[in-house]
Design a protein around this ligand. Structure first.
Ligand SMILES: *Cc1c(COP(=O)(O)O)cnc(C)c1O
Length: 417
């Protein structure tokens, strides 16, 4: 994927527009996404998987702005949702419910009812308890529920422990050893129709071997099920493909697809993939302004107007994001800076020990923020969430207004009397 964010004449651009210009129009902090980058990532993966019947179900939690979902829907994408809220967003954005897979370890009765009412393509079951509840709800509605079972193949994805999901000790899915028994139960239910099988082993995978291992185990199980008389239409291998944040060497879409196609060679089941990060991660940046500089004996702090409430990943996972000056017109001498926000937490940093030439008022771009950026933002410290802007060539659109302080307490009431 070619980067949408390139420097021309000392100025960092998003497509044809300088980020300085965007910041002048919309203020900071502000998320900026490239439509071209999102479309090219989706198309690249879709083309790479083209030799086999497949469906991309974009993982909405990575970036759930309606404009992003609208873009995906226009390209023919399906969606992976993990809540009733995400399902409502997909429908509001014009997504096709028949191309939605509904994942989630603790779906409520209300969410299951919503999924059946709008007609999602598949409900990915994650526990035996959920099966009984879904049967009752489907029976009340007089429908048959299309389902897949999320199995936990017990492989170590070799990623951050907080984003590993396919180990025995993780809360997701059911132990693969118990799956044939559970499928027999599903197949015998008049309210349930077994459509597929599902696994998702973790996120930010930079090595394909754990994924190949997991898929191999799932395929062996699918063959066993067929021998038992249970035929499945699709095999959902989840998401998880990593991106480059710093110096990682994640597989390309082609390398990823080649491995999958090899495993599916000669099989009739469709491939379903649920990519999130790899679709949008490197298609977005967070633009922030330096409020002040605080050089010290031990550390030099650059105080910026974005914080952990706007971008949680550094505080949550100690994640690395490249931080680049928006303008490199007249660089003074560089020194090592910790880029920190105004929030009252020591964990509130966007980057540490970054060699930068900084002055008060400078704009910085925090790179690779298109995935798990805005969607993880909060209002901690009563900070309104940033604006979101989409750039397409030389056009720019506001796709989410900056929140106002009044909106933050609009739902609260004083005490009576
Ligand atoms: C988070 C998640 C994804 C997307 O993961 P990425 O690493 O962003 O590709 C896909 N499927 C499920 C079930 C998830 O929870």
């Amino acid at each position: 994927m070619t980067s949408a964010f390139v420097r021309r004449g000392g100025q960092l651009h998003a497509d044809q527009l300088s980020l300085a210009e965007i910041a002048a129009v919309y203020g900071t902090p502000c998320y900026v996404y490239s439509r071209t980058a999102i479309e090219s990532a989706w198309q690249e993966l879709d083309t790479a998987l083209a030799p086999h019947p497949h469906q991309i179900c974009y993982a909405v939690k990575a970036n759930s702005n309606l404009a992003v979902l609208d873009l995906m829907a226009r390209m023919g994408s399906g969606f992976d949702v993990v809540s009733g809220g995400e399902l409502a967003r997909v429908i509001a954005a014009g997504g096709d419910p028949a191309r939605v897979v509904f994942s989630g370890v603790a779906k409520t009765d209300k969410e299951l009812e919503q999924a059946l009412t709008v007609g999602v393509g598949c409900i990915n079951l994650e526990s035996v308890s959920e099966i009984g509840r879904l049967e009752r709800i489907a029976s009340d509605l007089g429908v048959t529920a299309p389902v897949a079972l999320r199995v936990n193949p017990d492989v170590d994805p070799r990623t951050h422990p907080y984003i590993s999901t396919g180990l025995k000790e993780n809360k997701f899915g059911v132990d693969i050893a118990t799956a044939t028994e559970i499928y027999a139960r599903i197949a015998s239910s008049p309210q349930l129709s077994p459509k597929g099988i599902d696994c998702h082993i973790g996120s930010q995978l930079t090595d394909l071997e754990p994924l190949v291992d997991a898929i191999s185990r799932v395929l062996a199980l699918v063959d066993q099920l067929r021998a038992d008389g249970i035929d499945l239409d699709h095999i959902d291998i989840g998401g998880g493909l990593g991106i480059r944040y710093q110096d990682e060497q994640p597989p390309s879409f082609d390398e990823y697809a080649q491995q999958i196609l090899t495993l599916f060679n000669g099989r009739k089941e469709a491939i379903v993939v649920e990519p999130g990060r790899s679709m949008v991660g490197n298609a977005g940046v967070l633009v922030t302004q330096v409020i002040g500089l605080k050089p010290g004996v031990e550390k030099n702090f650059a105080l910026v107007d974005a914080a952990m409430n706007d971008l949680l990943r550094p505080a949550l996972y100690n994640a690395w994001h490249d931080i680049e000056p928006v303008s490199t017109d007249s660089p003074p001498a560089t020194m090592a800076w910790d880029i920190v926000g105004p929030v009252c937490e020591t964990g509130d940093f966007l980057g540490q020990e970054r060699q930068l030439a900084l002055q008060e008022g400078d704009l910085l771009a925090v790179m690779s923020c298109g995935a798990y950026g805005f969607t993880m933002a909060s209002n901690y410290n009563s900070r309104p969430r940033p604006a979101e802007v989409m750039v397409a060539g030389d056009a720019h659109y506001l796709i989410r207004k900056r929140e106002t302080v009044e909106q933050l307490f609009e739902l609260e009431c004083g005490l009576p009397g």
